[in-house]
Design a protein around this ligand. Structure first.
Ligand SMILES: *Cc1c(COP(=O)(O)O)cnc(C)c1O
Length: 414
């Protein structure tokens, strides 16, 4: 008899193990339903759960108007609605030394779909991609779906989470297609300096690979460094920039993202990457049309006060995090967040009586204190913790106080 032919891509059976939602729900299940205190959601990166982090009236009105106009009820063009592509090109060009054309912009169903499309396009047989550690596990999971080999380079806490570019050179070979940077950083909350990004560009140029720059937290900064888009170095090396409404405009459920080809010297044109991107976009499903119709207003007309208020709450929450974490002997905070919505802190289980590792810490913390924190393992760093702080300021205080008493209760006695 003939052997069954339906073998699956084996990597897919475990691809989602490290996805944030999966680990998060496992921790969430530990919570004691009899605990009367509110659950503190430091684990899951969705700002829209808190009433303080509501998007602007302008964004809401723009979507309602686009919907009511009845101009956006059709299927989307595969590369995106022209107004949306133009709006995104104009918005991003403000920070660049050259002007993007709407033709450089592709609208996607969240930045997540941009990741899917880019990795699908780059996954030719034998290819490998360089990803940061710690990082954002959707990249690893998506690479597994496409049988794209992943190689990791470290981000260095003692250097403000800069990428270890010597490691990048050491692990790259002739089959390496790209390296990924996330700026401002998830999970590290770092912001890359102009000088560091310039070095990234030169390294990638030397290796002949492109840079994928995940800037979904673009402009969400509250430290001393300005936000510099990687596209500034587009003449040195081709850059694919990812963006989204999810984080800066606080509407992850609207599923609207994009990626942009920063390639002013047209290097990619010769490689046919462009053609493959377009082919892929014709195959994948398109983002909702009326949200695309609202894009020029959301990106172009959102009030400065809206951005300023969000940054001011984030800055305040980040300060509270820094101060409270420093009161916990079993946790260190090597590099204070300068942007994004996260703090990355290091756990020392050896100082605790009955905690094996970061996962054990998070499970017991949820059970005893109804506080949810993400284990660093999900980001590729065992015995670290990622704290999401785009939540009510009173919850930040409360949650960290509970974490402190948890650490105290479990501390080794001498
Ligand atoms: C949230 C996030 C994404 C996904 O964004 P969506 O637009 O919600 O799909 C991509 N990359 C990073 C680093 C993120 O934090």
């Amino acid at each position: 008899m003939k052997k069954w032919g339906f073998q699956a891509n084996q990597k897919l059976s475990t691809a989602a193990d490290n996805i944030i939602e999966v680990v998060h729900s496992k921790i969430r299940n530990e919570i004691d339903e009899d605990d009367q205190r509110p659950i503190i959601p430091f684990g899951y990166g969705d700002p829209s759960f808190s009433p303080l982090f509501r998007t602007s009236q302008i964004a809401e009105d723009a979507v309602v108007e686009a919907l009511r106009s009845a101009k956006f009820n059709s299927y989307s063009p595969p590369l995106g609605v022209p107004q949306a592509r133009r709006g995104i090109a104009e918005y991003l060009s403000k920070d660049l030394p050259y002007k993007l054309s709407p033709d450089d912009v592709f609208v996607t169903s969240g930045a997540t779909q941009a990741i899917e499309i880019i990795l699908t396009v780059l996954a030719r047989p034998g290819a490998n991609i360089l990803l940061p550690r710690p990082g954002y596990s959707v990249y690893e999971a998506r690479a597994a779906c496409s049988n794209l080999e992943v190689r990791h380079f470290d981000l260095l806490p003692e250097k403000g989470w800069e990428a270890d570019l010597d490691a990048v050179e050491a692990i790259a070979d002739e089959n390496t297609v790209a390296m990924v940077i996330i700026n401002p950083g998830n999970p590290c909350g770092n912001v890359c300096s102009y000088q560091h990004l310039e070095k990234v560009a030169k390294t990638a140029r030397k290796l002949g690979i492109m840079v994928i720059s995940d800037e979904v937290f673009g402009h969400l900064i509250f430290g001393s460094k300005p936000f510099v888009p990687m596209g500034v170095f587009g003449s040195t090396v081709p850059v694919l920039t990812l963006g989204s409404l999810s984080k800066r405009w606080l509407v992850p459920g609207w599923r609207l993202g994009w990626f942009v080809v920063n390639d002013p010297t047209a290097i990619l044109k010769e490689t046919k990457v462009f053609d493959s991107i377009k082919g892929c976009l014709h195959v994948f499903s398109d983002p909702t049309t009326f949200v695309q119709g609202a894009i020029p207003y959301i990106l172009g007309k959102t009030n400065k006060d809206f951005y300023r208020n969000i940054i001011s709450v984030l800055k305040q929450n980040s300060e509270v995090c820094y101060n409270k974490i420093n009161e916990m002997p079993c946790i260190t905070y090597p590099h204070k967040s300068e942007g994004s919505l996260y703090a990355m802190v290091k756990l020392m289980p050896s100082l605790l009586e009955d905690i094996d590792d970061d996962m054990d810490f998070c499970l017991k913390l949820a059970k005893e204190e109804s506080v949810i924190v993400l284990p660093g393992t999900v980001t590729g760093m065992k015995n670290w913790l990622r704290i999401f702080f785009a939540i009510e300021p009173s919850y930040v205080e409360d949650g960290l106080e509970r974490m402190k008493s948890f650490c105290h209760r479990h501390a080794k006695r001498h």
